[in-house]
Design a protein around this ligand. Structure first.
Ligand SMILES: C[S@@+](CC[C@H](N)C(=O)[O-])C[C@H]1O[C@@H](n2cnc3c(N)ncnc32)[C@H](O)[C@@H]1O
Length: 249
């Protein structure tokens, strides 16, 4: 089903909106428009709070955060809420950190809405990988060095390093890799990368809490970043990027 942007946000429909990394000025104009029109906003805690300034005073706010270690509604409950609000004729924004199509379980919400005959659109956002590249001042691609960018999750449903990762692809020196949800498992991943022949000196960076005053950037090699994460794991959400494209920038 195409995602042609409807000219207006009809009552009884849903918009899956990307909030970007958290700074209000990285929201798209379309995202702001949907927020201004919304009757209900279901939002993740990683979406930040800056978006609230765009809402109508009477807009209803529903927190459905999924931060690791904190209690949060189950995904099927979030999908049920989307459908229930839309059926009551509300304009429903489902606001997600970054981009809604990247590690955000939007497929389940699309299926739930479409299954209930509810119109649903996707409003893209700046995903954390590209926001992290901007924060560290590096390009994810580099002519003749990094021809490929790969986005990978560092944890499976149980919070462990997924057993079916393509380690050869992740150890490819001609790729830049962006690891989402990887701060707990990156040391285990690096062990496997090095065993597969990747140089421990491959440049890497970890960017914590993008889009907030607590943003912290640490740069080093994959071996150094893995060591930091073993002894001193950051508290905030972290994006890890590694690859030769980071060298010299
Ligand atoms: C469930 S995924 C959501 C990804 C999101 N849809 C995106 O496009 O960036 C959550 C992971 O995204 C990354 N992330 C999201 N917000 C972040 C932030 N503000 N700073 C650093 N990493 C962030 C972290 O790796 C976090 O574990």
């Amino acid at each position: 089903m195409p995602n042609a942007s409807p000219p207006s946000f009809a009552p009884g429909s849903v918009a899956l909106v990307g909030a970007g990394p958290g700074d209000a000025d990285l929201l798209t104009l379309r995202a702001i428009k949907r927020l201004q029109e919304a009757d209900v906003v279901l939002y993740d805690d990683l979406a930040g709070e800056d978006f609230m300034s765009f809402l109508k005073p009477e807009a209803e706010l529903v927190a459905v955060g999924k931060r690791a270690g904190h209690p949060s509604p189950r995904q099927d409950e979030v999908s049920r809420l989307l459908v229930a609000y839309a059926r009551r004729g509300k304009r429903v924004v489902r606001l997600k950190a970054g981009d809604p199509t990247v590690f955000a379980r939007s497929d389940e919400e699309l299926r739930a809405a479409r299954g209930a005959g509810i119109a649903i659109e996707i409003v893209p956002g700046v995903t954390t990988a590209t926001a992290a590249a901007a924060a560290i001042g590096a390009s994810l691609t580099k002519r003749g060095v990094a021809r490929r960018v790969q986005l990978v999750t560092g944890h499976d449903v149980d919070g462990r390093l997924p057993g079916d990762l393509d380690i050869a692809a992740l150890a490819d020196p001609a790729a830049t890799t962006c690891v989402y949800m990887g701060k707990a498992t990156f040391p285990a991943l690096v062990e496997r990368l090095i065993a597969h022949g990747m140089s421990p000196a491959t440049p890497a960076a970890i960017v914590e809490s993008l889009g907030s005053p607590e943003t912290a950037i640490r740069r080093g090699t994959i071996a150094e970043i893995a060591a930091v994460l073993t002894t001193d794991r950051p508290h905030g959400a972290c994006m890890i990027v590694y690859g030769l494209a980071l060298a010299g920038s």
